[in-house]
Design a protein around this ligand. Structure first.
Ligand code: CA
Length: 218
C-alpha cells in the first residue's frame, strides 16, 4: 500500500512519516504542485490531504480530481474544525475528514478503513475517463453524479464499459440489444447510440469506422 501525504507543516509532516512508515510505503510532499506531479507519475492507494497549503487549497484540487473521475481514496487532515468545513470536504469528494490535532491510533484506524473500502470498491467500479460504473449498484456516474439511461442505452454503455479501451463491433452491440438472429434494422443501433451520446456527451464514444464503437478513456 502506497500513500501520498500532502502536508506543508514540517513537524507534522515528519511526525506523519514516522507514524505511517512502519505500516505503509509513504511519500511526503509539501505543496500541491509536487503532489500533482507525484500523482501523475506514481500509482497511490490513498491520499492524505492537508487543506491550507502554500500554493493553494487542497479542497480545490480535490474537486478538480473528482471532476476528472479520479476514484483515489482521500482522507482530509485539517485544522479547520467547523462543521461547514467538514461537510464541504466530504461533499467535495473526500472519503473521510479528520480534524487536527488527532490521535495517532485514530488516524491509523481511519486509513485502514479507507484502504479496505478501496479494495472492495475497485472490483465493483469500472471507469472510462470521468465516466464510471458501479456493477454492484448497476449505476453509471458522470463526474461522480448518477446518470439515468433508458434500458437499451444502458445496455449499450455497459457493454462498451466492460470492453475497456477495446472497440466493440456493431454485431456484438446488436446482439446485446436484440439477441441473436433477429432481423432487426441496424439503423436502430444508430438511433440508440445517438441517444446515448446525447446523455453522456458525443465525444465520450469514439466511432471506429467499419467496425463499431469504443469508449474514450482520456
Ligand atoms: Ca497546512
Amino acid at each position: 500500500m502506497y500513500l501520498l501525504s500532502v502536508e506543508d507543516d514540517l513537524n507534522l509532516g515528519k511526525a506523519l512519516l514516522k507514524l505511517l512508515r512502519p505500516h505503509y510505503r509513504v511519500h511526503w510532499v509539501r505543496t500541491l504542485a509536487t503532489a500533482k506531479d507525484h500523482l501523475a507519475t506514481a500509482e497511490y492507494d490513498a491520499l492524505l490531504l492537508d487543506l491550507g497549503l502554500p500554493d493553494g487549497d487542497g479542497i480545490d484540487w480535490l474537486q478538480a480530481m473528482r471532476k476528472k473521475g479520479s476514484l483515489l481514496p482521500v482522507l482530509i487532515l485539517s485544522a479547520r474544525d467547523a462543521l461547514d468545513d467538514r461537510v464541504r470536504g466530504l461533499d467535495t469528494g473526500a472519503d473521510d475528514y479528520l480534524v487536527k490535532p488527532f490521535e495517532p491510533d485514530e488516524l491509523l484506524a481511519r486509513i485502514r478503513v479507507l484502504l479496505r473500502r478501496k479494495s472492495g470498491a475497485a472490483q465493483a467500479m469500472l471507469s472510462a475517463g470521468d465516466l464510471s460504473f458501479s456493477s454492484e449498484q448497476q449505476q453509471f456516474y458522470l463526474h461522480g453524479d448518477a446518470i439515468h439511461l433508458p434500458a437499451k442505452e444502458f445496455q449499450l454503455l455497459a457493454v462498451l464499459m466492460q470492453a475497456g479501451a477495446k472497440p466493440v463491433s456493431r454485431e456484438r452491440l446488436m446482439q446485446q440489444l436484440y439477441g441473436l438472429g433477429q432481423g432487426v434494422d441496424s439503423n436502430s443501433l444508430d438511433v440508440h447510440m445517438h441517444m446515448l451520446r446525447k446523455v453522456i456527451g458525443k465525444d465520450r464514444i469514439t466511432t471506429v469506422r467499419g467496425f463499431g464503437y469504443r469508449l474514450t478513456h482520456e
